[in-house]
Design a protein. Structure first.
Length: 217
């Protein structure tokens, strides 16, 4: 079974798009009918994120940690206990491509670090889009780490010790642990994810704050 983890904090505006994309990816023909289970980790949500997730028929897990590292780890633990052999992570403000899961598995690595794309730059001045275009490498061999586009085998995840309880850069910390454990990591642009360039970032120090800093500069 393939497990997909989506942490969410007050994501009622975007989570339906995320789950619709995951539903399509979970039924991709290249998965050959393998079961895919999705869990939305509702972390200190005060909106309708949970109701929307349940309407899509996915599992939900409720926390009050307000910590994305704890949320990702909790979702992973739940799916590992159910027998997941592969864990895939994205964010509630992101939309995966139909071949997202199959592209991760096709790389035959212990872990996959994918790149991201943005399709709506309207919240930002043109300079932010240009800065992203000039500095961001969306190609195989990149060295980006995004919780919105990440996959790891169950065995490698366990050997590395999982996500640390960090409010930011928990994904980078896990990749560092994976490298230290000798895991084979694919730095690939094949698994495609479109993410939000919104100005109201959910995690301090994450992608949204990077874009805001570029706008301020």
């Amino acid at each position: 079974m393939i497990g997909v983890i989506v942490p969410a904090h007050n994501e009622e505006a975007l989570i339906a798009h995320c789950l619709a994309a995951l539903w399509e990816a979970s039924r991709h023909e290249d998965l050959a009918g393998e079961a895919v289970r999705i869990v939305v980790v509702l972390d200190a949500c005060r909106d309708f994120s949970g109701a929307i997730a349940r309407a899509y028929g996915v599992q939900t897990l409720t926390l009050k940690a307000r910590n994305v590292g704890i949320a990702r780890a909790a979702g992973a633990a739940q799916l590992l206990a159910q027998g997941a052999r592969w864990l895939a992570f994205t964010d509630a403000d992101s939309r995966v491509a139909p071949g997202w899961l199959s592209a991760q598995l096709a790389l035959r690595a212990d872990a996959v670090c994918g790149s991201i794309a943005v399709d709506d730059w309207s919240p930002h001045p043109h300079s932010v889009r240009e800065q992203f275009r000039k500095t961001y490498l969306d190609a195989d061999g990149h060295r980006h780490v995004h919780g919105a586009n990440f996959g790891v085998s169950a065995d490698a995840y366990r050997r590395a010790g999982g996500f640390p309880p960090l409010e930011c850069s928990e994904d980078v910390a896990l990749v560092d642990r994976l490298i230290a454990s000798g895991a084979r990591i694919a730095w690939s642009a094949a698994p495609r994810v479109i993410t939000s360039a919104r100005t109201a970032a959910r995690a301090r120090g994450g992608f949204g704050d990077t874009l805001a800093a570029w706008a301020a500069a």
